[in-house]
Ligand binder design. Structure first.
Ligand SMILES: [Zn+2]
Length: 233
């Protein structure tokens, strides 16, 4: 009875405040949550048959040693992944971030379980930015992955500088922007650990390089990377 009333209330709520798909903006049907069935199908097919982790490893070759790399989605400008990320980041939709990242982590659970990881560290936002957004999307992804591979999520990695958005910057500008922006708090607790670094979008790799350099400097054993998406350029 309670469930029935709850369902009725939620249907009523949807009727009064119809929600739109976070990707294509069409009005959602009663059984859809955040993303319509068509966009979900597009997302489920995204990156299938492509080794997106290889793109990350190739782009970081000669810059920083990477043990394993996995990415869930391929990012294209103006594509559905960009629209999804905009809904998560700029509209502050934490519930959407949680659902999407958990679904993606489960989809890739086989590959994730093969990683040998002691500690998961999300790329941090500056605390001011996190306060504005209300959450860190990379941390949500880290939590989704943690529930699949049973390694803890730490917060030893901190951002010291309030960096500007990377989106409109060149490769060199991106590096200057993030170089020395991160530091490891309590370095003893990461020493000798096999660390998995988590970020939302991998583009030039400047952020991963900056974070990874700091972690390796503090004695971690291996560095692996998982990102929500990787840009194809
Ligand atoms: Zn849609």
């Amino acid at each position: 009875m309670i469930n029935f009333s709850k369902a009725l209330l939620s249907d009523l709520g949807a009727l009064m405040f119809p929600e739109n798909c976070s990707i294509c903006r069409t009005q959602l049907l009663g059984n859809e949550k955040h993303i319509c069935i068509n966009c979900q199908k597009t997302l489920d097919g995204n990156g299938v048959g492509t080794n997106l982790g290889r793109l990350i490893k190739n782009r970081l070759a000669g810059r920083i040693p990477i043990d394993h790399a996995i990415s869930f989605l391929k990012f294209e400008k103006g594509g559905s992944v960009q629209r999804l990320l905009n809904s998560i980041k700029y509209k502050g939709n934490k519930d959407l971030a949680r659902e999407v990242t958990l679904r993606l982590a489960l989809k890739k659970q086989k590959a994730l379980r093969k990683l040998d990881i002691d500690l998961i560290l999300p790329v941090p936002l500056h605390f001011r930015k996190e306060k504005i957004r209300g959450f860190n999307q990379s941390r949500e992804l880290a939590l989704g992955i943690s529930s699949v591979i049973r390694a803890p999520v730490g917060s030893q990695l901190k951002r010291v500088r309030f960096t500007q958005s990377q989106t409109k910057k060149s490769k060199a500008e991106r590096w200057n922007n993030v170089e020395n922006a991160f530091f490891a708090e309590d370095p003893k607790s990461i020493k000798g650990k096999k660390v998995l670094l988590i970020d939302d979008v991998f583009t030039t790799g400047a952020t991963i390089e900056a974070c990874g350099t700091e972690l390796l400097k503090n004695g971690i054993l291996t560095l692996s990377v998982v990102t929500l998406a990787v840009a194809d350029h």
